[in-house]
Design a protein around this ligand. Structure first.
Ligand SMILES: Nc1ncnc2c1ncn2[C@@H]1O[C@H](COP(=O)(O)OP(=O)(O)OP(=O)(O)O)[C@@H](O)[C@H]1O
Ligand SMILES: [Mg+2]
Length: 270
């Protein structure tokens, strides 16, 4: 089955990217990756292979030595924009603002009038079923609730490129599933470009149209696996044979990488 790549926004283009942290830590080596506009791509790779570095470079908050990074035709080289947002594993909400005010603040920063920002923030919070906590401060929320508010804060701003750095990995299953579906529906409706880093093979395969497999540091892209499942993933059973088959393939790849690394006497942790 082929996956339609409907395109409403510009894509991400990474060419021959090379990143060394001082003094000589090679984080990314000659990485090239093309994300067509409006597509959902996951990245899986061992700890330390440069996934976060790649996201930071795409967000414009990290520099690099060689290569080219473009999004929607604009060269990214240390320049940030609300159009390219990161959802971190541990979102950092402003502790002095309520849940709703955190979301509204992001909307106001983008230029929305105060009243409209407040209204849209309330709608987002309601959709998460958190209206009873709209006036709570971050310290009064559970970790899962904080993450939900953090995700709302990013999505409400309608970034064109959504960079996800293991955004749901610290959550319990219910919160994780609810946010996975929120992001999937958002992507399906809005057709933004999503790059989603995770250590969880099942999550990668369930969420993405393609899974990029990286090797141990220095990060090199080893393979890109297409996920031949419908875009309406919420209709796909997590134990469906098609999904499990792709997951098995990815797991075998990981096992190979770990074996090769062991032979080379390197420590590799996925
Ligand atoms: N600011 C920094 N200064 C020096 N080295 C860094 C810095 N940030 C990352 N590194 C190194 O660069 C390499 C890649 O790090 P990165 O955080 O991108 O890996 P990752 O794939 O996201 O790992 P994980 O799966 O554990 O999150 C690692 O060896 C790391 O120690
Ligand atoms: Mg990381």
């Amino acid at each position: 089955m082929t996956i339609a790549h409907k395109s409403t926004t510009g894509g991400l283009s990474v060419r021959n990217l090379h990143k060394t942290y001082p003094p000589d830590i090679v984080a990314l080596k000659n990485v090239s990756l093309e994300l067509e506009a409006g597509t959902f791509t996951a990245i899986i790779g061992p700890s330390g292979c440069g996934k976060t570095t790649l996201l930071k470079i795409a967000a414009g908050i990290e520099s690099y030595q060689h290569g080219e990074v473009f999004f929607a035709g604009e060269r990214i080289a240390g320049n940030t924009s609300w159009k390219r947002s990161v959802i971190y594993q541990d979102v950092r909400l402003f502790p002095w603002l309520t849940a709703q005010a955190n979301v509204a603040f992001a909307l106001e920063s983008k230029g929305l009038p105060k009243a409209e920002a407040r209204k849209q923030a309330a709608d987002w919070i309601k959709r998460q079923g958190l209206e009873a906590h709209a006036d709570a401060y971050p310290a009064e929320l559970s970790g899962g609730m904080r993450q939900k508010i953090g995700v709302c804060r990013v999505l409400a701003n309608e970034p064109e490129l959504i960079l996800c750095d293991e955004p749901f990995s610290a959550l319990d299953w219910t919160a994780r599933e609810s946010l996975q579906l929120e992001l999937l529906h958002y992507w399906y409706d809005q057709r933004k470009t999503v790059l989603f880093v995770t250590h969880n093979v099942e999550e990668a395969v369930y969420m993405a149209q393609r899974v990029v497999l990286m090797s141990a540091r220095p990060g090199v892209i080893k393979e890109i696996v297409d996920v031949p499942l419908p875009e309406e993933r919420w209709d796909v059973r997590r134990e469906s044979p098609e999904l499990l088959e792709v997951a098995r393939y990815v797991n075998n790849h990981i096992a190979d990488e770990v074996r090769k690394a062991k032979e080379a006497e390197l420590e590799v942790g996925y």
